[in-house]
Ligand binder design. Structure first.
Ligand SMILES: Cc1ncc(COP(=O)(O)O)c(C=O)c1O
Length: 453
């Protein structure tokens, strides 16, 4: 078969990356340090050690270009990596485009998304230093599921605070977390001081990722044997996800192709970082390639937020990070892409966006579901609503190229499947999903509470 005819491109197991790619080695401008939330002084490892594993703290600030993936983690990656790269032939045909559209499918992981790529190493490094229990937050439930499985693999207890609106919309996510042995409660909960305070102040809150983070961190701080784990945003999480883009590069080589544009949906930024960062060195060397992050109009962190130091959680327990933010008090509407409802953005993605190396676009909820439906009816996969944001942007890129009479190679990351998001699809099919307008007034209100640094 000629390379041009390939539809499903699989990398042999011995070609699966043995190293994570660290974009910090190549960034034109260095990162600004995280700050201690109380003193506002640059973080030291001892600020982070009460909740994070030492190895993960080292990865957070490392500027080594390649960091070796431990053998124990590679063994577990083998169960689902490499993930396939598909040429979206049926979608191309439906769009009547000459563009080549490829998608990297992370939904083949046992938990249905890219999140396991970071859950496995995070739990591994915690286990190495004797941690017995890990707390975390989860939005749509994909991260909580991944952490729950990773904890099972390394015999560590998992405690998951799930944003209330998603807990209600996606009850089977909780079932999976519990099947793997994790414990999952809706956030805000009654188990923590921050959760109780929030419930008193705002009894009908749908919850936010920032609130769930506060609860998980408070819990971790209260026990010696417990650490906290975050499913996105931080440098080490983005680092772990770079297996995606490194594989995709090699797979595109197998198809004798190279992308003009690389697309990923963007919540905290980790799957976008995963697919896009391994192309940053080419971009810096002047290659004509665009890296495009896609967010919902209901939570437009990069496209409407400000670049400033802000808290990652509601009550200011986690470090201050320099990032694009809508303000840590911002409560995005209860849209169906729960994993994209985060007020902030990965500091790495933020810095690269600020420096003009990546672009961002915001898309509306109904147009996103329409893209997901077209994708399901052509490529057969039901995408996670989060991932559908990348599909929307990929389709828009192809349609624009058609209008301009040009041919492009488009690569996007299909970060997960949507088999447990059918509540959301039902809502869309019965015409009940809204195009939530982002409120400038609300933003200005929540930006008032940005910390003064
Ligand atoms: C399938 C899927 N894609 C994307 C995201 C967004 O997270 P990130 O921006 O870290 O990839 C989530 C988060 O829950 C998710 O579940």
């Amino acid at each position: 078969m000629s390379r041009e005819e390939l539809t499903k491109i699989i990398l042999p197991e011995d070609k699966v990356p043995r190293f994570w790619y660290n974009v910090q080695a190549d960034m034109p401008n260095p990162m600004e340090p995280g700050l201690n939330p109380q003193t506002h002084q640059p973080l030291t490892p001892s600020d982070l050690e009460p909740i994070f594993a030492r190895e993960l703290i080292a990865q957070e600030v490392s500027t080594e270009r390649y960091i070796e993936i431990p053998k124990e983690v590679r063994e577990l990656y083998k169960q689902y990596r490499s993930t396939p790269l598909f040429r979206a032939r049926a979608l191309e045909k439906a769009l009547d485009t000459t563009c080549h559209i490829y998608y990297k499918y992370e939904g083949v992981s046992p938990v249905g998304s890219h999140k396991l790529n970071s859950a496995l190493p995070q739990v591994y490094f915690n286990k190495l230093q004797g941690i017995k229990r890990i707390t975390t937050e989860t939005g749509a439930g994909q991260w909580g599921t991944a952490l729950s499985l990773a904890c099972r693999q390394f015999d560590v207890e998992a405690m998951i605070y799930m944003v209330r609106v998603s807990y209600t919309q996606k009850p089977y996510r909780r079932s999976i977390m519990e099947l793997y042995g994790g414990k999952c409660v809706p956030s805000p909960s009654n188990l923590t001081e921050s959760g109780r305070r929030e419930q008193e102040k705002n009894p009908d809150t749908p919850g936010t990722l920032a609130m769930a983070i506060s609860e998980a961190v408070e819990d971790a701080l209260s026990r010696e044997d417990t650490n906290y784990s975050l499913g996105s945003v931080l440098n080490h999480v983005c680092l772990h996800q770079t297996v995606i883009g490194q594989e995709a590069r090699l797979q595109l080589e197998m198809a004798d192709d190279y992308p003009d544009v690389v697309i990923g949906c963007c919540g905290g930024g980790s799957n976008f970082a995963g697919i896009a960062f391994p192309f940053i060195p080419d971009k810096i060397k002047g290659k004509n390639i665009r890296l495009l992050a896609v967010e919902p109009t209901a939570c437009p962190t990069l496209t409407k937020g400000v670049y400033a130091y802000d808290f990652g959680d509601v009550i200011g327990l986690v470090p201050l990070l320099k990032m694009y933010t809508l303000g840590h008090d911002f409560t995005p509407s209860g849209i169906h892409a729960g994993g994209l409802r985060y007020h902030g953005e990965s500091p790495l993605v933020s810095r690269l966006y600020h420096d003009g190396l990546i672009e961002a676009v915001a898309v509306k909820q109904n147009a996103t579901f329409a893209a997901a439906m077209l994708f399901a009816q052509t490529e057969s996969i039901v995408p996670a609503p989060e991932s559908a944001h990348a599909i929307r942007a990929a389709i828009d890129e192809a349609l624009k190229a058609k209008e301009e009479g040009i041919k492009k190679t488009i690569l996007f990351n299909l970060s997960g499947h949507g088999h447990l998001d059918l509540f959301s699809y039902d809502r869309y099919l019965s015409g009940e999903t809204e195009d939530i307008e982002f409120s400038e007034a609300e933003l200005q209100e929540s930006l008032k509470n940005l910390p003064i640094v």
